[in-house]
Ligand binder design. Structure first.
Ligand code: GDP
Ligand code: MG
Length: 441
């Protein structure tokens, strides 16, 4: 998928304007690419139609070139369909919040129960996991182990609280939570290998018995084209308020996410990214869109750059960087301040595709350093700032005294300045890198 989109976009790069034919060609590529990623056909159709419409209607951006503009539209549409801004879990106003998990066998529900429990606990809640999967042998024991690993209590079927009856286990579990002041109850349920009427009925009965605040549909991100039928069956049979994508640590490119969210309209809320209890995160639609587009958070970068940079100033800086070493310590300081504004430098580099080497160079960059750099640069004379070669040993001690730092720190700064200069030049040479983003394409 990513290669296709990348090449579709590469075809467009560096041109002043897009013709209708070019828009059509790139949309055809994107369409093929989405199909390759197992996004369901109706979803692909709807998606490409809306991108086409938006691309045709969009005014030419001052800041983005047309290729970037199409990427931005594709990215925005993907993000919107995936659920936009991550919303918070709906919490009960009174009594325990009940979160019910639903999904096929092997989807990752039981594993998720532990992850969710621990995550809630970290936020100061006191969660209880309820073992309402009595279908699979050892399912109860599995949840007990998961609960232990997560440090979260588990309600298991015992004589008197519904042995053999998952609905009764769920009901007594919630009652127990009320009595014992657990404020969150995560109800694990049974799944089958395929969609099954009896299973759906059982899930619906549990739902009716415990009246969940959230029903999370857990789906294996690798499921492919089956995602739509499975999700639709659960939406009709039980209904759900949110989606959890599991096994996102695999090769899955997120086609399933797009299909499920698009067909059911439910937002993707969490992602499971491994077998361990900590392999869990809130889902970020925009990051998933980037993953589907496989281009780092380029769009985020461009958007931040759009906001944070005065265009003219950026163009001027980019010229300097691209030029023959006219990059001064004043520029360096100014640039660092802008970086700070944009977020940490490391994070920024993480957003740029193919920046591994540079990222490595700046692995130890600490954004709090900006203040110290500022103090040091302020202690230099204007001539020194413009021509750092002037800064010899005795000047270094003077600057160190003036800025309340040490000569070692001055040396480190000079070294970092040199690295930055090299980095900025190589980015400028690469085109479309940070200098490109700063100059607005
Ligand atoms: P359930 O049948 O829906 O309860 O699914 P389980 O929680 O038992 O998970 C089924 C299998 O998938 C187990 O072997 C889990 O360890 C594994 N699993 C669950 N979530 C993830 C995940 O996010 N990544 C990976 N790699 N494996 C997972
Ligand atoms: Mg299970």
């Amino acid at each position: 998928l990513s290669d296709r989109i990348t090449s579709a976009v590469a075809n467009l790069r560096g041109r002043g304007r897009l013709s209708d034919a070019e828009i059509s060609a790139s949309i055809a590529e994107i369409r093929r690419a989405l199909l390759d990623a197992d996004v369901a056909l109706p979803v692909v159709r709807e998606f490409t139609a809306s991108v086409r419409e938006k691309a045709a209607a969009a005014e030419l951006s001052q800041v983005l070139d047309p290729a970037q503009q199409i990427v931005k539209i594709v990215h925005e549409e993907l993000t919107r369909i995936l659920g936009g801004e991550t919303r918070d879990l709906h919490m009960a106003k009174r009594g325990p919040t009940v979160i019910m998990l639903a999904g096929l066998q092997g989807a990752g529900k039981t594993t998720l129960a532990g992850k969710l429990g621990r995550w809630m606990k970290e936020q100061g809640h006191s969660p209880l996991l309820v073992a309402s999967d009595l279908q699979r042998p050892n399912a109860v024991q599995q949840l007990e182990i998961v609960g232990k690993g997560a440090g979260v209590a588990v309600w298991s079927p015992e004589p008197g609280n519904g042995v053999g009856d998952p609905v009764e286990v769920a009901r007594t579990g919630v009652a127990h939570a009320k009595e014992q002041y657990y404020d969150v109850v995560v109800v694990d349920t049974a799944g089958r290998l395929g969609v099954d009427a009896e299973l759906m009925q059982q899930a619906a009965d549990i739902r009716d018995a415990v009246q969940p605040n959230e029903i999370l549909f857990v789906i294996d991100a690798m499921i492919g084209q089956d995602a739509v039928t499975t999700a639709q069956a659960f939406a009709d049979g039980v209904g759900f308020t949110g989606v959890v994508l599991s096994k996102l640590d695999g090769d899955a490119r997120g086609g399933a996410a797009l299909s499920v969210a698009s067909v059911t309209g439910a937002p993707v809320m969490f992602a499971s990214t491994g077998e361990k209890v900590g392999d869990f995160e809130r889902f970020h639609a925009d990051r998933m869109a980037s993953r589907i587009l496989d281009m780092g958070d380029v769009m985020t970068l461009i958007e931040q750059a759009e906001r944070a940079f005065d265009e003219e100033q950026a163009a001027e800086l980019a010229n300097k960087i691209a030029g023959d070493g006219d990059f001064t310590l004043e520029d360096f300081l100014q640039q660092m301040q802008q970086m700070k504004q944009l977020g940490s430098m490391k994070k920024m580099l993480g957003m740029l595709p193919g920046m591994g080497q540079i990222r490595e160079q700046l692995e130890n960059f600490d954004e709090r350093e900006v203040d110290r750099v500022e103090a040091i640069v302020r202690s230099m004379t204007p001539a020194e700032r413009r021509n750092p070669k002037l800064i010899n040993g005795s000047r270094r001690s003077r600057i160190a005294r003036g800025s309340g730092t040490t000569v070692t720190e001055i040396n480190q700064l000079m070294q970092r300045f040199d690295q930055a200069k090299t980095m900025m030049r190589s980015m400028a040479r690469g085109g479309g890198g940070m200098a490109g983003a700063m100059a607005g394409g």
